[in-house]
Design a protein around this ligand. Structure first.
Ligand code: ATP
Ligand code: MG
Length: 457
């Protein structure tokens, strides 16, 4: 016998005594002076409660802001009055009442409660305050992140992050890219052994992917000739810095049939302008809450060679030998120099080949490579370049870098049977947000950051 689903079945949920009618539900955003004298239902967290004897005020916070509940003792049901006066801060409540125009209340409307339901009473004391002006340590905030996120300015960062991701998506899809998802459980790393997280995978060893590098390159041999991926990347970063975490969101792209790495840079540059311009346009309220003034970087972004970048910082007191990394200090100083020239975003190209991974293409006859970094206000946010697509060269580059080509067979195979010239990039989404919003630490742009000491919550 076969059982057809009963399409008429509707699960019933307890109403907790509230006559819910969708028509009546208001948020701090939708409650308007036109609601005056009609019955409304509002719900949220009890941010602040003031009991002045003859009258009680409750500041009800929801996603968008504050609704004032005003309960004059004489006009309020005693049970409702009791519920309000005994309420603990941050409890979740649902209030039915009459909307009244008010000069004192934000938005010009307050609600006089007729029915008051405590959906969830908050325990006391709170692990941290939501509106208290005291500066709470970052660790305390990350330990109680759910509470920290009740602050609108904390949530604003994540609303902006969500917008950034949509904007990236829009830009790349409009430019003919296909979004892909590559494995995060992998058998070999691409970015060097030191930062690999190893784990047991049935009866063999596996790693968490440091980047989609090998897979997105393999896709270049398929006809999916422009791909992008936005997903987690894992790196066991041993040092504690304000720009490294062990799990971040990497925005990767790869493009086939390029003429040079410049094609890749042009794509990223267009994408960054569209993302930053889009945030300025779509996230006005959030930017205001955060008190940041985001400027659209001057485009086209200036291009410095690695060599000239080293010369520039050395001319201002640093002492970086040619061939070595600019380092955090060098990058920061270069950021200051470029800021003086009015550039927040700039390219550093042609890094020493020695410092670059095997998959990057050498600039023949020089010690340099077809590679680039994109720096934003003195910090790297993206790296990329043209890839070596010629099988024999790729194998010899692996050997030169001390890697065993045999363990990369699955990858190398894709280069044996027809591989176009290609190039791509990896961009740290939280680095971009950190610099765009001038956040002191990359962790501020991650809901539940992961680092050497933090695995909880
Ligand atoms: P850095 O030199 O700043 O440590 P990297 O050169 O090692 O970075 P890449 O391998 O080039 O990093 O990775 C591409 C991008 O991914 C970087 O430009 C950065 O935006 C981001 N990224 C890399 N490592 C981390 C990390 N540990 N935490 C957050 N973002 C990262
Ligand atoms: Mg890099």
């Amino acid at each position: 016998m076969c059982h057809l689903p009963n399409l008429l079945y509707r699960p019933s949920y307890p109403s907790h005594g509230v006559q819910m009618s969708d028509k009546n539900i208001r948020t701090s955003r939708s409650l308007a002076p036109t609601d005056a004298d009609s019955e409304v239902v509002v719900q949220g967290w009890a941010q602040d409660i003031r009991n002045l004897g003859g009258i009680s005020f409750l500041q009800l916070r929801d996603r968008y802001g504050i609704i004032q509940i005003t309960a004059p003792k004489k006009k309020t049901d005693p049970q409702v009055m009791d519920a309000i006066t005994s309420l603990s801060r941050e409890s979740v409540v649902r209030v039915t009442g009459t909307a009244k125009a008010s000069d004192q209340a934000k938005g010009g409307v307050e609600v006089l409660p007729t029915h008051f339901e405590v959906i969830s009473a908050a325990a006391t004391p709170l692990p941290m305050g939501v509106i208290d002006k005291v500066n709470v340590e970052a660790d305390t905030r990350y330990d109680h992140r759910f509470m920290d996120l009740r602050k609108p300015e904390t949530r604003a960062i994540f609303e902006i992050k969500s917008t950034v991701l949509s904007l990236i998506d829009e830009y790349l899809v409009n430019n003919g890219f296909t979004e892909v998802f590559t494995p995060k459980l992998v058998a070999s790393g691409a970015e060097g052994g030191a930062t690999l997280f190893e784990l047991r995978y049935f009866d063999q060893n596996a790693y968490l992917a440091q980047s989609p590098q090998l897979y997105k390159q393999m896709l270049m041999s398929t006809g999916l000739d422009k791909v992008f991926e936005i997903g987690p990347a894992f790196r066991a970063e041993p040092s504690d810095t304000t720009r490294h975490v062990s799990e971040f969101i990497s925005f990767d792209g790869e493009m086939a049939f390029i003429e040079s790495q410049r094609d890749v840079q042009v794509m990223i540059e267009g994408c960054m302008q569209s993302v930053i311009g889009g945030v300025i346009e779509r996230c006005k309220g959030q930017l205001e809450l955060l008190g940041v003034d985001v400027a659209l970087p001057k485009a086209p972004y200036p291009t410095l060679t690695y060599e000239s970048a080293v010369e520039m910082v050395n001319a201002e007191g640093m002492n970086i030998p040619l061939g070595e990394d600019l380092g955090t200090e060098g990058e920061r100083l270069l950021g200051n120099i470029m800021a003086r020239q009015g550039s927040e975003m700039y390219w550093i190209v042609e890094y020493p080949d020695e410092a670059k991974p095997f998959y990057i293409m050498e600039k023949e006859g020089t010690p340099y490579s077809y590679s680039f970094d994109l720096d934003y206000k003195g910090q790297e946010i993206s790296s990329g370049g043209q890839r070596e697509h010629r099988y024999d060269n790729l194998v010899s580059r692996m050997e030169k870098k001390g890697l065993d080509p045999a363990s990369f067979n699955f990858y190398l195979e894709a280069f044996k049977f027809g591989m176009p010239a290609h190039g791509g990039w990896g961009l740290g989404v939280e680095r971009l947000i950190q610099k765009m919003l001038d956040l002191p630490n990359i962790r501020e742009a991650i809901l539940f950051p992961r680092d050497r000491i933090r695995l909880v919550p």
